[in-house]
Ligand binder design. Structure first.
Ligand SMILES: Nc1ncnc2c1ncn2[C@@H]1O[C@H](COP(=O)(O)OP(=O)(O)OP(=O)(O)O)[C@@H](O)[C@H]1O
Ligand SMILES: [Mg+2]
Length: 252
C-alpha cells in the first residue's frame, strides 16, 4: 500500500558552482524538486546537464553551494559526514553510474555490505535473496572483476534494495543491461515500490523506463523542469529565478 505523506525529498533552489582551471563553472543553476513518498520519478536530459550531480546532492554525497536539501525529514546541509553516512545507511539505496563495488569482496559480500553495517542478523540471506531477484544467484561467490558490466550493475542494484530502503536513487540502472534483463530488474524495483512504498528516483536515457515512472523531469543546463512543459524564454533569464521555470514553480 502506498501512503501519501509529506514530500520525502525537497530540493530548494540548489546551486552548485565549482572553480576549475578555466574559472568558475555553474553546474547547477537553481534546481527545485519535490518528491512525495512512494513516487517514481525519472530524471532525463542530455549528457553533462547535471543529473548525476543532482542525485549526489540528494544523497548528501555532494554539498550544494547554496540551497536547501531535505530528505526523509533531515536537513542535509546541517549534518556532518558521520551523520550523513548514518542517514544514508538508514534511508537510502544508491546505485552509482559506475557501480562502486568493492573489488576485494564477492558479489554476495558486496550486496550484504549495507546490511552488515546496520548489523542486520540475516544480512547474508537477504543479500542472497536480492541477488536472486536480479538473476545472479549463481554468481554470489564471484568477485567484481569476474563479472560482466551488466552483472556488476545488477550486484549494485541488489546492494541498493537488499536493505529495503525508503528511497532508492539509481543512476542509469539499466545502462549496461540488455532489454530483457533491464525489464526484469525494473519490474523488481517497481514491485518494491508497490510492496514497501519505496520512493524511486531514476536517472535514465531509456525512454521506456522513463515512461513507466509516474513523473518525468528534464535536466537541461543545470536546471530541472517537469517534462512536457515548454521551456519558457524566462527560464534562461540571467537572474536565475526558479519561479521562472514552468512545472518547478509551486512544487518545492
Ligand atoms: N568535480 C567536478 N569539477 C568540475 N566540473 C564537474 C565536476 N563534476 C561534474 N562536473 C561537470 O558538471 C556537469 C554535470 O555533470 P553530471 O555528471 O551531473 O552530468 P550528467 O547529466 O549526469 O551527464 P551524463 O548523462 O553524461 O552522466 C558536467 O559538465 C561535468 O563536466
Ligand atoms: Mg551522469
Amino acid at each position: 500500500m502506498i501512503r501519501v505523506t509529506d514530500p520525502i525529498i525537497v530540493l530548494s533552489d540548489i546551486h552548485l558552482n565549482l572553480v576549475g582551471g578555466s574559472g568558475q563553472v555553474n553546474i547547477l543553476r537553481g534546481v527545485n524538486l519535490s518528491v512525495d513518498a512512494g513516487e517514481t520519478v525519472a530524471i532525463v536530459g542530455p549528457s553533462g546537464s547535471g543529473k548525476t550531480t543532482t542525485l549526489m546532492i540528494m544523497a548528501g554525497l555532494e554539498r550544494p553551494s547554496s540551497g536547501a536539501v531535505q530528505v526523509a525529514g533531515h536537513d542535509l546541509n546541517a549534518m556532518d559526514e558521520d551523520a550523513l553516512a548514518r542517514f544514508r545507511r538508514a534511508h537510502l539505496g544508491i546505485v552509482f553510474q559506475s557501480f562502486h563495488l568493492v573489488p576485494t569482496m564477492t558479489a554476495l559480500e558486496n550486496a550484504a555490505l549495507p546490511l552488515e553495517f546496520s548489523h542486520a542478523p540475516d544480512a547474508r540471506d537477504r543479500a542472497l535473496a536480492a541477488l536472486a531477484a536480479v538473476g545472479l544467484e549463481g554468481r554470489a561467490r564471484h568477485y567484481p572483476a569476474e563479472l560482466s558490466g551488466g552483472e556488476q550493475q545488477r550486484v549494485a542494484l541488489a546492494r541498493a534494495f537488499a536493505s529495503a530502503p525508503r528511497v532508492i536513487l539509481a543512476d542509469e540502472p539499466t545502462g549496461n543491461l540488455d532489454t530483457e534483463t533491464g525489464r526484469r530488474v525494473i519490474e523488481h524495483l517497481f514491485r518494491l515500490r508497490e510492496e514497501q512504498a519505496t520512493t524511486l528516483v531514476l536517472i535514465t536515457h531509456d525512454r521506456e523506463l522513463a515512461a513507466q515512472c509516474g513523473r518525468q523531469v528534464r535536466m537541461e543546463d543545470g536546471r530541472l523542469r517537469e517534462d512536457g512543459a515548454a521551456v519558457s524564454p524566462a527560464a534562461h533569464m540571467p537572474d536565475g529565478s526558479p519561479s521562472a521555470i514552468p512545472g518547478d514553480a509551486g512544487r518545492a
